[in-house]
Design a protein around this ligand. Structure first.
Ligand code: SF4
Length: 370
């Protein structure tokens, strides 16, 4: 693996590019069942071979996402996890699942092998689910939440806001109802209109004020319910952060396997890599396409991802990895920013919730200093 620094940890993301059908807003690379060229289980065997060829080190974290990893048979999911854990169990193992795939039996079989389960609830409002083109109904979402709560597993629930036809009050109801099933982690996102998706035709109806109000109200509700807002879109209780995603936001090393996945390898000198978004091509040639990042590109990437978390930019690390002294480089840019948007200490520079609402403008203002 080009650029890989064996002295630093590695996170592995495995993309399972299969879904039963496409949701109307989805721009992730995944194939509906009518376009599968192999079965999810056959694909997993292919990935297992890839892991063997790469001879991966002990992993800091493993994340199996998609698509819908719940479409892989449970014994094959366990085989995949075992293969990735060959050099020792990763510190954290997460698997994504769609609500309709959650059953007591599956969760019981997986529970000794994974640390976190992440389910895409998105909403408990039936009308919103139909607009999103989700496979699961309100009833199935509630059943999945009940199973996860009763099974006592550590889990994340995705909730989406600013869905057409929903009100801010509907979002608050979703948050309260999902919270009643005690997820330790909630990912709370605003619906995005991606080009090429069926929902993109509704872009003209997008209302930015409504999105802003929904996000603000949702953030407040989650805070009031005791969640720690540790990243723009992520909330955790009891310190149960997503270790895997924190590795992304610290620009630590990660490797992505599967079509459309991304990698970042190296600590100071970074190679980013991607694989084509095409399952048939990937099966013929799964090799990574590398790009050696220039020094400025590495530091900008580090700044951009760091600002997303409540810990922000670690000034010592910025200096050590990219030879950038934060205070002397950015003092001019900070004068342009509202003081309520950030916290600037000797050790770090981080954004407040108010600042996160202005994330793009703040990032741009900092980039101007280069
Ligand atoms: S389940 Fe997830 S990956 Fe699959 S189509 Fe829906 S949003 Fe996309």
């Amino acid at each position: 693996m080009k650029g890989f620094d064996s002295q630093k940890g590695l996170s592995l993301y495995i993309h399972i590019p299969f879904c039963t059908r496409k949701c109307s807003y989805c721009a992730f690379y995944s194939l509906p069942s009518s376009k599968w060229v192999i079965t999810p289980d056959e694909y997993v065997y292919f990935i297992i071979e890839e892991i063997r060829k790469l001879s991966l080190p002990h992993l800091d974290s493993l994340y199996i996402g998609g698509g819908n990893p719940g479409l892989v048979s449970t014994p094959d999911l366990i085989r995949l996890i075992d293969e990735a854990s060959e050099k020792g169990r990763p510190e954290e193992i997460t698997i994504e699942m769609n609500p309709e795939e959650v059953s007591y039996e599956k969760i019981a079989k997986l529970s000794g092998h994974v640390d976190r389960i992440s389910i895409g609830v998105q909403s408990l409002n039936e009308k919103a689910l139909r607009i999103l083109g989700r496979n699961s109904t309100r009833k199935e979402n509630i059943r999945a939440l009940e199973i996860l709560e009763k099974s006592g597993v550590n889990y994340n629930a995705d909730i989406m806001t600013a869905i057409p036809s929903m009100t801010v009050a509907d979002t608050i109801n979703d948050i309260r109802e999902v919270n009643s099933y005690k997820p330790s982690h909630i990912s709370f996102y605003c619906l995005t209109y991606e080009e090429g998706t069926p929902l993109y035709s509704l872009l003209d109806e997008r209302d930015e004020d409504y999105e802003y109000d929904s996000l603000q109200a949702g953030w407040k509700e989650l805070r009031d319910l005791g969640y720690d807002h540790y990243e723009v879109s992520n909330f955790a209780k009891g310190g149960r952060y997503s270790r895997h995603n924190i590795n992304y936001w610290r620009l630590n090393q990660y490797l992505g396997l599967g079509p459309g996945s991304e990698s970042s390898l190296g600590y100071r000198d970074i190679y980013s890599a991607h694989v084509e978004e095409n399952l048939s091509l990937y099966l013929k040639d799964p090799s990574l396409r590398y790009e050696h990042l220039k020094k400025d590109e590495c530091s900008l990437e580090y700044i951009m991802v760091s600002l997303r978390t409540k810990w922000g930019i670690d000034k010592k690390e910025l200096l050590e990895r990219f030879s950038i002294d934060f205070d002397s480089t950015f003092s001019g840019s900070l004068k342009e920013l509202d003081k309520n948007w950030y916290s600037n200490t000797m050790e770090s520079f981080s954004l407040t919730e108010e600042g996160w609402m202005m994330l793009d403008s703040i990032t741009l203002a900092l980039f101007m200093a280069f």
